[in-house]
Design a protein around this ligand. Structure first.
Ligand SMILES: [Zn+2]
Length: 338
């Protein structure tokens, strides 16, 4: 055996040794690189669902009711824990159901580290006075509890306030809670507000001067529907509708880039309720801002089976549904796009 061959064998043995130690090393859990740390606060879906239940515990938050007054105080109290500024914007208005009533929009401002105009995230917090879509005619003048229609959007925004309010490494944002969204005329004409979105109309025309103007508005509405509940129990109106957020037409016409950004974030995060299909024009709280020239979009699941019926209770809602929207919006605020 020549010196050269011995040398080769020695090196070969060393190589095998190194390979072995590498292989065995890679099987040791302690040597594995840790998973990347989250770069944004995590949306706690169970906390959000607690916020949804808490609103329903007051009763139906219809205009002029004690539940409406109590819920207003409670939302403002939650926001004061983290917001820099909380504004109660009071106004008085009649609706197709009566009045005039005292109404209040709630606006909370959260400055951020990034030098950008804030984005406004909004949801309505009032309930519809009559369940006029209920399959039982005898129940059509009962109030709607609004677990999904109202409370779900508010719940998502309150959890965002709790998670993002004190972590300012993100774009600045405004949270808007619109009153008097849901007292519109049934069968209102297309493109007419007809008593819908009274609070957001007032806000869009009277943005408070003490906070910076929003560069865009993202409305969320009916974001809590529980697919499993509907699969198990069947649906009151016999439809087979499940949670989905197709692209609403006013939104894509007003703010196509923002729609694409939000839907892309949701898709990459695996939130499959966000679908690319475009579906109909919806009259909602984004419309008054569009009319004022502010880009605005609506993330909405409509129609859904319990819409404007007495079945719109926490039993038809799910924490997982709230998570799809809440996590998407947190990723947007912290610009997490993967
Ligand atoms: Zn409604």
């Amino acid at each position: 055996m020549t010196k050269f061959i011995r040398c080769l064998i020695a090196h070969g043995a060393l190589a095998i040794l190194l390979l072995t130690s590498c292989t065995s090393g890679s099987q040791t859990a302690g040597d594995e690189p840790p998973p990347p740390a989250p770069t944004y606060p995590q949306f706690d879906k169970n906390s959000a669902f607690t916020y949804l239940r808490a609103q329903c515990d007051f009763g139906a938050r219809v205009p002029g009711s004690q539940a409406h007054q109590d819920c207003l105080a409670w939302i403002a109290e939650q926001l004061r824990q983290t917001a820099e500024t909380v504004i109660l914007q009071e106004f008085r208005a009649a609706t197709p159901f009566g009045g005039p009533y005292d109404f209040t929009n709630i606006i909370a401002y959260y400055p951020g580290d990034a030098e950008q105009q804030p984005v406004m995230l909004g949801a309505h917090w009032d309930c519809r006075p009559h369940a006029d879509e209920d399959p039982d005619p005898a129940l059509r003048t009962e109030p709607v509890m609004g677990a999904n229609d109202g409370a779900s959007g508010v719940a998502v925004l309150l959890e965002i306030a709790r998670q993002a309010g004190t972590n300012s490494d993100r774009r600045p944002f405004i949270l808007a809670f619109f009153d008097a969204e849901d007292s519109g005329k049934p069968g209102a004409a297309a493109f007419a507000l007809d008593g819908w979105a009274i609070g957001s109309s007032y806000m869009a025309r009277n943005m408070p001067a003490e906070i910076p103007a929003a560069e865009a508005v993202i409305v969320i509405d009916l974001v809590g529907q529980d697919d499993v509940h509907n699969e198990r129990l069947g649906t009151p109106n016999g439809s087979n509708d499940y949670l989905d957020f197709p692209i609403e037409r006013h939104s894509i016409e007003s703010a196509p880039l923002l729609v694409n950004e939000i839907w892309t974030i949701a898709e990459r995060a695996g939130h499959d309720a966000f679908v690319r299909a475009t579906r109909g024009y919806v009259t909602d709280d984004h419309l008054p801002f569009i009319q004022q020239g502010i880009p605005a979009i609506d993330i909405i699941d409509l129609p859904h089976p319990e819409w404007h019926t007495t079945e719109d209770t926490p039993a038809c809602c799910s924490a997982d549904s709230l998570y799809q929207v809440g996590d998407t919006l947190l990723r947007y605020l912290y610009e997490v796009v993967e």
